[in-house]
Design a protein around this ligand. Structure first.
Ligand SMILES: Cc1ncc(COP(=O)(O)O)c(C=O)c1O
Length: 384
């Protein structure tokens, strides 16, 4: 019998939809991985590192070159001083960073506040750490939270709040005022902020604010990000957690026992990417804006309703004007009959009673992939 703690884990719906897409030859707008190449300079650097025999374990908490490049980038972009020796842990993706941070900071029975809908990994992370998730809704259609509900979610048992901005799946970019309220509540209740900033450079509106730079927050924030999205290299599995020295010691211990370390030659190449100048990031954001506009134009024409995403590369689209089906049935129908795979909205909710009438489209795809999907989507009304 498998261990009890795995009993409530379901198979990732996102990866399941990827399989269904392959089965029906659908265009896969379900899983958030790019179908276009990553930067050539990083690929060359990875090959050079392998040929240069950088093929053994790196220092468990990260190759010095990558940690220094991360620290320099935070100083350059966010005027945030980070000590690469004591405050950075390089992990196998932001995914492992989040799991390690949960296990390093959260005791069984602690409460962790999570905005809902949420990126599906946070639920299992909480279960693995024995934490009790407390959900605060981001409400349709503009995906904002009610400040009073957030305030009410904080209790004596609250240990941490997860703040993901830009947000998957809603595309929200949290404002300075929203982050200030979160900071005030964290300080008032002596709570950790664990931020997931993996989409920090993929924005169409608003600025990216790093919560750790708020007065009084540096010592109670763990900043998580990674290279997967910024450099279109989801398969490289490179992420990191920036935390105060004492907590970094704990995070590094968990990380060491879980994975020993992230791939050494790819860390060398990751350092090259982290040093790219602003032009790279601006260009990338503009390319994503064009992709968003192709997909969102087609969704609107097809009869979906949605709020234009401000960041990340997803749009949550309401189909209730088109169909009464459950989100799962609609997603399967759209894959089989419409030839476009999406993720049912319920996979971003904790409660089995949640009945969202929306599905999530990912637009991290080549223009021709999105154009082909758009052609299929605008033909949909004739088929429903
Ligand atoms: C909000 C969020 N965090 C983390 C990840 C995973 O990041 P990584 O590839 O670095 O593990 C994703 C991937 O979709 C994501 O959407």
């Amino acid at each position: 019998m498998p261990a009890q703690r795995t009993a409530t884990f379901t198979e990732s719906v996102i990866r399941e939809m990827t399989r269904v897409a392959a089965q029906y030859g659908a265009i896969n707008l379900a899983q958030g991985f790019p179908d276009f190449p990553m930067p050539a300079a990083m690929k060359d650097a990875a090959c050079a590192a392998i040929h240069g025999d950088v093929n053994q374990y790196a220092i468990t908490w990260g190759a010095p070159a990558l940690r220094v490049a991360i620290a320099e980038k935070y100083a350059r972009w966010y005027q945030m001083p980070v000590d690469p020796e004591r405050e950075i842990t390089v992990t196998c993706g932001a995914t492992e960073a989040m799991a390690s941070v949960f296990m390093a900071l959260i005791d069984p029975g602690d409460e962790v506040i999570i905005f809902e809908p949420f990126y599906e990994n946070y639920g299992p992370d909480a279960i693995l750490a024995g934490a009790k998730p407390v959900f605060v809704p981001l409400s349709w259609p503009d995906w904002q939270f009610d400040p009073d509900r957030l305030r009410a979610a904080f209790s004596k048992r609250t240990k941490a709040i997860i703040v993901n901005t830009p947000h998957n799946p809603t595309g929200r970019v949290f404002t300075r005022d929203e982050l200030s309220l979160i900071a005030d509540l964290c300080i008032e209740h002596d709570v950790w902020a664990i931020t997931d900033e993996i989409y920090e450079h993929i924005r169409y509106a608003g600025s990216h604010h790093v919560l750790a730079t708020w007065p009084g927050m540096r010592e109670r924030t763990v900043t998580i990000s990674g290279l997967s999205k910024t450099f279109s290299c989801t398969g490289w599995r490179l992420g990191y957690a920036i935390a105060p020295p004492e907590e970094s010691v704990a995070i590094r211990k968990v990380h060491d026992f879980l994975t020993v370390g992230a791939p050494a030659p790819l860390q060398q190449a990751g350092a090259v990417g982290m040093a790219f100048d602003a032009e790279y990031y601006n260009h990338m954001a503009l390319d994503y804006r064009a992709r968003r506009d192709v997909l969102c134009g087609a969704l609107q024409e097809a009869g979906f309703r949605f709020t234009l995403p401000e960041g990340a590369y997803y749009v949550l689209a309401d189909y209730s004007q088109m169909s009464d089906a459950s989100d799962r049935d609609f997603a399967i129908w759209l894959t089989k009959e419409g030839g476009v795979a999406t993720v049912p909205g319920s996979s971003f909710h904790a409660s089995a009673d949640a009945v969202p009438h929306y599905v999530r489209f990912a637009f991290c795809k080549k223009p021709e992939t999105l154009e082909a999907a758009a052609t299929r989507l605008v033909r949909l009304p004739e088929r429903v």
